[in-house]
Write a protein that binds this ligand. Structure first.
Ligand code: C2O
Ligand code: CU
Length: 513
């Protein structure tokens, strides 16, 4: 069955992008229509570079309209690995949407699935009614219906969008895509080229299952250490853990493809290359490493650091995003891969090739993480981009538990959503949330509608907190404190981003009145 992807090459798209600078609005719309996207031109694995400014062209005339259709497709992850995916506009991941900060956008979601769906704009400060949570902010979009999401693109950064209905199925099968909001003011750290890499885990039934991410692979993040070594050591999953209901993930993809089907990243010597890493996985933490190069971390969940941080490898929990810069100064062909056990063999591997070195033998990074500088939250100093709050401080303690003896019950303070006690806030309040993880699995906790500051992890307080919207709380009494100014009114989900845990009840509402 033929798979629909934009059928132009990178060169073509870049040429079109250049030409667009000279296009009239009518021509632009015609061009965009060819992309099947209403007002947006996008591509799944875009080489876009800073010169790619199509997205901007429509901004002066008001609301930009984008059309997305959710439907089932047969999708080839790699030769011999076909899955029945759910896709936006027939592609996995869905089309990358690029907006400029402050721009108004209207996204018409047509549901051509056989079941209801919605879209959540992860990391975007949307009005509550646009947040995509079925039964809370909207009625689910029924099969055959179209729903209009409208909001202003903000804040700038690497965001993403995905289904918020039956995520254990719909998200797992491909309903996710990048949403890049470019800063309205010129980028202080310009790059010569950029790639968006969406990492995902799949159940295909064609390979042997990859060990689940048991421990916060983030391991040393809070200085407790050891987790990562444990994982890398004996094949990862402690045999002591009970069986649970985790699906048998057996394929790992980068932009919807498993190696050898992954698309190459091309660079030129001397270039500064930005990689926007998005973990769309339901379950797995990935540890991204590029052979021969350091990764310069510049943004956490889309939000800028004061100073970039250079690391050898970068753990990225489900729903987290990191922007990293790579300085292309080692000509050749190199492998970008994940160091978590089994992930590379399951397909999580991409070639990065310097121009003129297309025939080079690609060098892979060594095994394991021993001796590597690993990113951890404590290394970064965040820029304070959140609004100030003058109101009162309200403190909430949330104990994360569940999964005992392989059960699929997951709780917050002993209760399962919808019985969890909401965080009741007034606009202007400063909310401080303290998570303690009593369970044996990590929980990437995500707050809708606004980002938070990461004040402390496992007892270590951060003087310059990172700004994030998702934080991985380590198992075995991992402790995290976040704080956010309650500025966006409405009922907002705060939940574990692993669909299994979310469906099991690990959700609480932050009600901002
Ligand atoms: Cu990205 Cu409620 O999720
Ligand atoms: Cu969880």
């Amino acid at each position: 069955m033929p798979l629909r992807r934009p059928d132009w090459t990178d060169t073509e798209v870049n040429r079109m992008a250049r030409d667009t600078m000279k296009l009239s609005r009518r021509e632009l719309l015609a061009l965009s229509a060819r992309a099947g996207l209403g007002g947006a031109l996008s591509l799944g694995t875009g080489v876009v570079g800073p010169r790619f400014r199509l997205a901007r062209a429509g901004t002066t005339t008001g609301v930009r309209e984008i059309r997305l259709e959710a439907r089932e497709v047969r999708w080839e992850l790699a030769p011999g690995k076909m899955v029945t995916a759910m896709a936006y506009n027939g592609q996995v991941p869905g089309p990358e949407i690029r907006l400029t900060e402050g721009e108004r956008v209207r996204v018409l979601l047509k549901n051509s699935l056989a079941e209801p769906t919605t879209i959540h704009w992860h990391g975007v400060d949307v009005p509550n009614a646009m947040d995509g949570v079925p039964g809370v902010t909207q009625k689910p979009v029924s099969p055959g219906e179209t729903f209009a999401y409208e909001f202003q693109a903000r804040p700038a950064g690497t965001r993403w969008y995905h289904t918020h209905v039956a995520e254990h199925d719909q998200l797992d099968r491909g309903l996710a895509a990048p949403l890049i909001i470019e800063p309205a003011r010129p980028d202080p750290g310009p790059v010569d080229r950029e790639y968006t890499l969406v990492l995902d885990d799949w159940v295909t039934g064609t390979g042997s299952p990859v060990p689940p991410t048991r421990e916060g692979i983030a391991g040393g993040r809070g200085g407790r250490g050891g987790m990562m070594d444990g994982m890398m050591g004996q094949g990862g999953m402690g045999g002591t853990m009970g069986q649970d209901h985790t699906p048998a993930y057996d394929a790992m993809t980068v932009n919807g493809k498993a190696y050898p089907a992954t698309e190459r990243l091309r660079v030129r010597q001397g270039e500064r290359v930005r990689l926007r890493l998005i973990n769309a996985s339901s379950h797995h933490t990935h540890v991204v490493r590029l052979a021969g190069h350091r990764l310069r971390v510049t943004h956490t969940d889309g939000n800028p650091l004061e100073q970039p941080v250079d690391v050898d490898a970068l753990p990225i929990a489900p729903a987290e995003r990191y922007d990293v810069a790579v300085v292309a100064e080692r000509p050749g062909a190199w492998i970008l891969t994940c160091l978590a056990p089994g992930h590379r063999a399951a397909g999580e591997q991409v070639l990065l090739v310097y121009e003129g070195h297309e025939g080079a033998i690609a060098a892979a990074p060594g095994e394991g993480v021993a001796g590597l500088d690993l990113w951890q939250y404590g290394l970064g100093r965040g820029r304070d981009v959140l609004s100030a709050s003058s109101g009162r401080v309200r403190v909430y303690d949330l104990a994360l538990s569940g999964g005992m003896m392989g059960s699929d019950v997951w709780t917050i303070n002993g209760k399962r959503y919808p019985r969890t006690d909401p965080l009741r806030l007034r606009r202007g309040d400063l909310a401080r949330v303290r998570f303690v993880n009593h369970s044996m699995e990590a929980h990437p906790m995500h707050l809708h509608g606004q980002s938070f500051k990461l004040l402390a992890v496992n007892g270590a307080r951060y003087a310059r907190p990172l700004v994030k919207d998702t934080v991985d709380v380590e198992p075995h009494m991992g402790a995290v404190v976040v704080e956010f100014p309650a500025h966006n009114a409405g009922d907002w989900f705060l939940h574990c981003h692993k669909p299994m845990h979310m469906d099991g009840g690990m959700i609480v509402l932050a009600q901002i009145g």
